[in-house]
Design a protein around this ligand. Structure first.
Ligand SMILES: NC(=O)C1=CN([C@@H]2O[C@H](COP(=O)(O)OP(=O)(O)OC[C@H]3O[C@@H](n4cnc5c(N)ncnc54)[C@H](OP(=O)(O)O)[C@@H]3O)[C@@H](O)[C@H]2O)C=CC1
Ligand SMILES: O=C(CO)COP(=O)(O)O
Length: 333
């Protein structure tokens, strides 16, 4: 089994190290020569993990995309906006049918499709055996240090999920599996919007009560939206629902949380949007989910306010005021 990891950023590097630790034949492809040299020569990925984290010395990377040719599994570790172009790039190169492992959390920015749907649409059918999403509460900064982590291998076909589960699991990285592709992919994409909102609350000096409220009502919103798309309610009580929501809404590792914090501190999204170069998936997801919810008539008050802060220049303090002054309602519906 050979795995080719596409993307030499934080998550691609951390997951490639899990595989190397498990003695799986693995190579990382990256487009940035400096990152690739850093991994190969210094055993570091300084850009993403700083100078102190030393990678497994067996981890290798290349800028030559031909490394994908003889892969059995291809792991896509690029942001959701790049999934389409990366699929198109590898199609003509693949010599075997592959299982594509998706680890990105988001939607297609224009069609609003879930990412496994995007992959199935843009990969040649003759080259694609299956798509498995490997998703859950997992910050790369902790996985790279081999801190305990659990995720889900999500696929309708359990055989493919089991293969991925076995490939990645070890003493510190435990992989469950789940067949609710719709519920799980929507859960992990929407929690990024809630993490942004959680960061905003902290930036505005709100406390633990506010965060508990945000996470609880955010989970209600995630499941309402996911169930309307065909996801299963119980998925939102699992790793790709409440699990990922907790880790992203409470961790300073989260770039979505950090983005929200910056926006809350400035009481405006303008500076953040002008200067951000990091992968902050919640920004695009907020737009996709807001537009879909409007179209489908789904009540998504937190997502709507995050959207207005990001895209309509609404002040976060006003967004919170509007959320708190909504018509009083029962929690039961
Ligand atoms: N980091 C984490 O803890 C986790 C991340 N994820 C998800 O994984 C996905 C990838 O994020 P992550 O690794 O964190 O992001 P990073 O920003 O750390 O890395 C992204 C990588 O993708 C590369 N890239 C960006 N655009 C393209 C493109 N068009 N073609 C090829 N390569 C491209 C970047 O290259 P360059 O460096 O040259 O810019 C970089 O190597 C996201 O959807 C994220 O939500 C999921 C769970 C955990
Ligand atoms: O998805 C993640 C953790 O599960 C990573 O979150 P951020 O993209 O906000 O850093």
């Amino acid at each position: 089994m050979k795995v080719c990891v596409l993307g030499s950023g934080s998550w691609g590097t951390a997951l490639a190290q899990v595989l190397i630790d498990n003695h799986v034949d693995t190579i990382i492809w990256g487009k940035d020569e400096n990152e690739v040299n850093d991994i190969n020569l210094q055993h570091k990925n300084t850009k993403y993990f700083g100078d102190d984290v030393i990678l497994n010395e067996k981890l290798i990377a290349t800028t030559d995309i031909n490394c994908v040719r003889d892969a059995d599994l291809v792991l896509l570790a690029v942001p959701s906006i790049a999934i389409e172009s990366v699929c198109k790039m590898i199609n003509p190169l693949l010599e075997k049918q592959v299982i594509v492992i998706n680890v990105a959390k988001g939607f297609h920015p224009e069609t609003h499709e879930r990412l496994s749907v995007v992959i199935k649409r843009f990969m040649d059918q003759s080259k694609l055996k299956d798509v498995v999403s490997l998703i859950g509460p997992s910050h790369a900064e902790e996985v790279i240090q081999r801190l305990l982590t659990t995720v889900n291998a999500v696929c309708e076909n359990e055989e493919s999920a089991i293969l991925v589960q076995k490939l990645f699991s070890n003493d510190v990285f435990r992989v469950y599996r789940n067949t609710d592709v719709v519920g799980a992919e929507i859960g992990v994409a929407l929690k990024n919007v809630m993490a942004l909102a959680s960061g905003v609350l902290s930036g505005l000096d709100q406390g633990d009560n506010a965060r508990a409220a945000l996470m609880t009502r955010g989970l209600a919103e995630m499941s309402r939206y996911g169930i309307a798309q065909g996801g299963r309610p119980e998925t939102y009580l699992g790793l790709t629902g409440v699990g990922d929501l907790i880790v992203t809404c409470t961790s300073h590792h989260s770039r979505n949380f950090q983005a929200g914090y910056q926006i809350g501190k400035a009481n405006s999204a303008t500076d953040f949007l002008m200067n951000n170069h990091k992968t902050v998936e919640g920004v695009k997801a907020a737009k996709v989910v807001y537009e879909e919810a409007q179209k489908q008539g789904i009540e998504m008050p937190i997502t709507e306010e995050v959207y207005k802060v990001l895209y309509e220049d609404k002040k976060p303090s006003e967004a919170i005021r509007d959320l708190m002054s909504r018509e009083l309602k029962s929690e039961e519906n």
